[in-house]
Write a protein that binds this ligand. Sequence first.
Ligand code: ADP
Ligand code: ZN
Ligand code: ZN
Length: 727
Amino acid sequence: MKLVSVAIPAPLRRRFDYAAGDIDPALLLPGVLVRVPFGRREQIGVVLEAPREVAAPEFECRPVTAVLDPAPLLDAELLALCQWAADYYHYPLGEVLAAALPGPLRHGKPAPSTAAPTLLSLTAAGSEALAALPARSAALKALLEKLGEGALSRATLLEAQPKAAPALRRALAQNWVEHVAAAGGGAVRMLETPPPLTTEQSAALASLRAAPPGYAATLLEGVTGSGKTEIYLQLTADALERGQQVLVLAPEIGLTPQLAERFERRFGARVASYHSGLSDNERARSWMRARRGEVDVIVGTRSAVFVPLARPGLILIDEEHDVSYKQQEGLRYSARDLALIRARRLRIPAVLGSATPALESRHNAAAGRYRHLRLQQRVFSAAGPRIGVVDMRAQPLKHGLSVPLLDGVERHLAAGGQALLFLNRRGYAPALLCHDCGWVAPCPNCDARMTLHRARKRLICHHCGHAVSMPLACPDCGGTTLVPVGQGTERVEDTLRLRFPERRIERFDSDRLGRAGELERLLADVRSGAIDILVGTQVLAKGHDFAGLSFAGVLDVDQALYGSDFRALERMGQLVTQVAGRVGRTGQPGEVLLQTHQPEHPLLRVLIDQGYPAFCEALLKERRDFGLPPFAHLALLRAEAREEGEALAFLKQARDRMPQGSGIEALGPAPAGMARRAGYHRAQLLLRGTSRTALHQLLEQWITDIETLPAGRRLRWSVDVDPADLF
Ligand code: ADP
Ligand code: ZN
Ligand code: ZN
């Protein structure tokens, strides 16, 4: 009889055999989705290999119920990539395949139709109408203005202006906007003319173009505003000329619209987005259009690394250092690393771009594994901003804001600039303290304090989401003097409002930016100059283009200096450099101030006096001394359980079963940095070795063994290969 191997999304690291049954074996091609019986239910799985003839199977095999698609949904390359990821991250293949498929396809829905794309374009009547529109037609005006800059697809337009749908209907009805056929197939028609390149850009591009065909990884280290994106665009044009597709990865949903827009402005509707901000159907459509070769450029976040490519030619990874590329749950993959693996397997080039490359990437470049190209000059202004420190030890503070910092804001606003204040803590204050007895509001589920969100009158735990209304009196002593301790973005915003009542101040954090399109809307107000002061978290440190910004303050550098995670300093250096890169882009001299209680910290001094590359060298030396990545490879076995001690006990058992003589060191088990979170007690065991191969051989053997431990079935455990965080 004919047997077929199927991968099923289940937490089991094995394949399942089914009988072909009544189904024509010729239909059971690798990559085809099938419906199969699984336990007492049915599941959708992926055929892994063409059916094989078996005289008498060892076990009774149930038959495949149905074939879902006539042509394989997953091509051989994508299947192999998923297999590679399953092996490397020691995760069930069926789950990896499920992660690679957009929701509707994963659930067996038919592949969406992918009709020929069109672009929305402003008509002559539209231009006339725009000039005459009254101010109160703001939405319509914004829409026509946007299209006035160039034609866009409906999807990109609505991403930039999520509420524009009614205005668009009206504009189409009035013939102010029309659908035009997108240039597709055939020759590349550029919709805009590329600018003449700077000397540095030309040199970098020439070097990239001179590479022989095939796999090559290039680290493009270019300060913010040095024109990396322009190089991406020109490399993309080359690939399109050759009839190939380009995959562009960005770390954050917030950054994909502006990147997609730049590609779309140049290449038209041959561009598709793929990220979690799209609806399931839109994602499925982008995925299929890439699979069918109907689009040439795919711009997406982490999961886009799994988008199938009919004619792969180039992979671009923007802001490659960003931790968002690493998934922190389930399949804990690094999209950057997978993208490089994919490029190597496809024998196509990959470019990693960043103003602040990860230590690993700089190390790989130094070791000759990547080529290293640099852009050291900004396109529009020669000098980067001056970076200074405020010694907080001698400062009277106003809710965490020092006098020099506030004066800096004032000075730059008076000179017509905008100011940005960065604080990686949302909410009003990270703790609420009883002045009478010292009680601090704790989270009942975590080893953590509740954060005060004063505007919402709530205490919220940032680790488990537990929320209660703000107490009026201390539950321990009944005292009514409850004081917020420390500051979050909300408090900084309030303080700034008191100091600068006539200025427009906006907060950028996940509390404020919850609604879709809110970030884009606020960014537009930043660009138009309507916002004077921006207060925010990481959101502000990423690749957004703020032309009018001339001052930035980092309120709490010390968090990283005292931070327990081994990557904390690297991230601080990236953050400071990225924030500095946002400042003074249009020629006004910029200024950056860092508030710290340790102004003499040696690494902080290196960063400020010698810059990011020297800072990385110093950090790499430390990593080498401590035997940390990239000089060692890590894997973390985590466990969490309801009962105290269970997670630790399980990890001890696991450790006892570790194969000996592998040269891999086991550190722990020990309680996690936050020993209790969301009601679970957490512990971890760290594996470290200098040989990646040895580490993986050990993991493979060991995990199969751990899976049989009865203790493991009573709790949650996971393996994290190349962990981004050790807590
Ligand atoms: P990066 O990606 O390094 O931050 P960008 O490619 O976004 O830099 O370039 C910064 C700005 O300079 C953008 O507005 C871009 O359009 C513009 N730009 C880039 N290269 C050139 C060039 N050669 N001539 C004129 N403008 C350029
Ligand atoms: Zn009290
Ligand atoms: Zn909590």
